[in-house]
Design a protein around this ligand. Structure first.
Ligand SMILES: C[S@@+](CC[C@H](N)C(=O)[O-])C[C@H]1O[C@@H](n2cnc3c(N)ncnc32)[C@H](O)[C@@H]1O
Length: 271
């Protein structure tokens, strides 16, 4: 292994070692389906076009890949994913392959086996928060884009999470998960840092927005899993997550509890 390869890792998201990988796959599927309509709007306003050569970084099982294929039917889709188990599922989750093909690559975003200036549009959704060197990955994406190509990142920032009234178990879950994820090289506050990182990598025309959703807008189980599901898998037995789910679910149903969470959507262009 070269020095460059030694630091490559799945950081705070290693699917093979998550103790609840079936649940995590189901969580990703729910997430993708619940926001599919919104995500079409995000991707279109970020500039994806029918004939684009599209790159998806950290595609997981491919629930979002299906959407990218639908939005660029005349182009091509290259998906990059370090987990061989997840990568093997992608083809089954894409209903219509793009006209110029689907290419699956098992790799880390830190060193993409993809030629320079070969992509029109790249997307990374809930990936950079897990990676120890997101700056290196952003530079790699910049290298592989053609001039005028766009990179769109959707990622979390725990500063956008609101639970009212506060529940000490939620606060404990959030705090411990932030520390645990940081110890594994991830960052639960990456959302706010993305514009700066993209500017430093050479992107121009950077546009940032925050999309926030409340417990009135998404089904409770979906919002709960988006905000706390992955964190719960980091904490294993520290908190009775089923009990917490039950309590909050009842409080939301009775109107006594408000939950809100947001993501940063940041888009930049290669000059
Ligand atoms: C939370 S999942 C998101 C999957 C998918 N983007 C979605 O939104 O459904 C994070 C993904 O990033 C992948 N990943 C982790 N480290 C990576 C790296 N260094 N380069 C590329 N992908 C990575 C993981 O294997 C996992 O599939």
């Amino acid at each position: 292994m070269t020095e460059k390869h030694e630091h490559m890792s799945t950081g705070s998201y290693n699917f093979e070692t998550l103790n609840d990988s079936d649940f995590q796959a189901e969580r990703l599927r729910q997430q993708a389906e619940a926001v599919r309509g919104m995500e079409i709007g995000i991707l279109r306003s970020a500039g994806i076009q029918s004939g684009h050569d599209v790159l998806e970084l950290g595609c997981g099982p491919g629930f979002v890949s299906d959407l990218l294929a639908e939005l660029a039917p005349e182009g091509s889709l290259t998906v990059v994913e370090p987990s061989p188990i997840l990568l093997a599922q992608v083809a089954d989750n894409i209903r219509n392959k793009p006209a110029r093909g689907l290419l699956r690559i098992q790799a880390y975003g830190d060193c993409l086996p993809i030629p320079e200036a070969s992509m029109d549009f790249s997307y990374a959704r809930f990936v950079l928060q897990h990676i120890p060197q997101p700056e290196t990955v952003i530079s790699e994406i910049h290298r592989t884009l053609r001039s005028g190509g766009r990179f769109c990142v959707v990622d979390s920032d725990d500063g956008l999470v609101v639970f009212y009234p506060e529940d000490p178990r939620v606060n404990q879950l959030l705090r411990t998960a932030q520390t645990t994820q940081a110890e594994k090289g991830g960052d639960r506050f990456i959302g706010r840092k993305l514009p700066n990182m993209m500017a430093k990598a050479g992107f121009v025309n950077i546009n940032s927005r925050v999309l926030a959703l409340t417990s009135s807008e998404l089904p409770f189980n979906v919002l709960f899993n988006i905000l706390l599901g992955y964190k719960a898998s980091l904490l294993s037995d520290a908190i009775d997550i089923k009990q917490l789910f039950q309590d909050l679910s009842e409080q939301v149903a009775s109107g006594c509890q408000l939950i809100a969470g947001g993501v940063f959507i940041v888009t930049g262009e290669k000059s």
